[in-house]
Design a protein around this ligand. Structure first.
Ligand SMILES: Nc1ncnc2c1ncn2[C@@H]1O[C@H](COP(=O)(O)OP(=O)(O)OP(=O)(O)O)[C@@H](O)[C@H]1O
Length: 395
């Protein structure tokens, strides 16, 4: 009996290292998140959970492909394979290997890698037997050469007590932990390239995010805000159950005050204002931290000393998932996750930067140059926050 090519094996990694209680909670959440992801994309698939795997059962090839794609966008998933599911007999497995070899690329070498779990009474063959017999049928079918060290294509066989799987691909997922296992964080989302990637990195480790955009008034820009909005829409694809509404905080008048009254530490004060805004929103929504897209030394405001000076403005932890990442690497990731935008937008903050910025300020120096009522004014901004949902951003 062949159950068809429509099974997707979904593997998860780090969850497996947890204690049994944590593990079962995380597995449940991962299953629920997969269910939501499939539903959001109109993919019909039943979900089974066996051993340390999740199985998605689909009934046509389009659904199988779409189910693999959905799994590979679900945080916590390490890899997914579209597989043929057959009875756990040598004959059925060899037949499935022949079927899988139908699209063997011309001239490609191959190897068969088999694993077998279950008693030897149930399966009168070893994994080595499966590799030898499987290798013979694939060779006969394709005329291809075996290369066990570095095959162009690997045929995988996983034989379990009740069912065997044959597949040739392991498509990578994002890894990380299921979304929702690590609480909630506010992300300062600028409309630039880095902060959406920082947001995605937090989501990948299981953290729900609350995106906040600080409107810099005349120093910001409609395009800049539009890009923040569109990246929220992209991030929402990875979190179909979450409310990723963007909170837009009108800070134009505050920025004008900084421009008029603060000199070489102006940019650091602006960062401190942003962190305070993040802290206030975090209080409101029950978030544990504030996230930025900064990386060490990328700009004068991001030197080690200056990051310490900005952090002194908040009592919440400030997470910077991109701290040690190079820009080229961040750009590549933005393309891969879909938040890259080709348009060149004059970055709002750059218009605020002083011509000779301080590169190693102490918290006391920055605070001394700030208007006394700066942070009181931040609190008053929060009554005027505009909340825009990702659906609105797409229209
Ligand atoms: N207008 C803004 N609204 C919300 N957060 C902002 C804004 N501008 C900057 N930030 C936050 O401060 C960080 C550092 O600011 P920077 O000037 O480097 O931003 P950028 O280059 O405009 O954007 P990005 O860092 O996202 O590429 C950003 O990664 C982001 O987390």
């Amino acid at each position: 009996m062949e159950h068809g090519p429509g099974t997707v094996l979904v593997r998860y990694g780090e969850i497996g290292t947890k204690s049994s209680k944590v593990r079962s909670d995380m597995e449940r959440l991962l299953r629920e998140n997969l269910e939501s992801m499939l539903a959001a994309r109109d993919v019909e698939a039943a979900i089974d959970h066996e051993w340390s795997r999740i199985l998605l059962r689909t009934d046509d090839a389009d659904n199988t492909d779409a189910a693999v794609a959905a799994a590979c966008d679900t945080f916590g998933v390490v890899s997914a394979s579209p597989a043929r599911s057959v009875d756990p007999t040598s004959e059925a497995i060899c037949e499935a290997l022949v079927a899988a070899a139908a699209d063997h690329p011309d001239g490609a070498t191959f190897g068969v890698r088999a694993s077998r779990a279950g008693s030897s009474e149930r399966h009168p063959f070893s994994s080595r037997d499966l590799e030898i017999d499987g290798g013979s049928v694939v060779e006969a079918e394709t005329g291809a050469t075996v290369d066990l060290d570095d095959p162009d294509r690997t045929y995988y066989v996983e034989c379990r007590a009740e069912e065997a799987f044959v597949f040739t691909e392991k498509r990578p997922g994002p890894g990380g932990l299921p979304l929702g296992t690590q609480g909630r964080a506010v992300v300062l989302l600028s409309g630039g390239l880095d902060s959406p990637v920082a947001a995605w990195e937090m989501m990948k480790r299981g953290c729900r995010i609350v995106p906040v955009y600080v409107d810099l008034g005349p120093y910001g820009g409609v395009d800049h805000q539009a890009r923040a909005l569109s990246t929220v829409g992209e991030l929402a694809r990875y979190a179909p159950d979450d409310d990723l509404s963007l909170r837009i905080v009108p800070a134009g008048p505050l920025v004008e005050t900084l421009m008029a009254e603060v000199g070489s530490t102006r940019m650091l004060s602006l960062r401190r204002v942003m962190l305070r805004i993040g802290e206030a929103v975090a209080r409101d929504v029950g978030a544990h931290s504030v996230v930025t897209g900064e990386s060490l030394g990328q700009k004068s405001s991001q030197t080690g000393g200056n990051l310490a000076a900005t952090d002194a403005a908040t009592s919440l932890p400030v997470h910077r998932p991109l701290l040690t990442r190079d820009k080229t690497d961040i750009v590549d990731q933005a393309r891969a996750i879909g938040t890259f935008d080709d348009s060149t937008i004059t970055v709002g903050c750059e218009q605020v930067a002083p011509s000779h910025p301080e590169t190693n300020a102490t918290p006391a120096e920055v605070a001394a140059a700030e208007p006394d009522d700066l942070f009181d004014r931040v609190e008053t901004l929060l009554d005027r926050v505009e909340v825009v949902t990702p659906e609105e951003t797409r229209s």
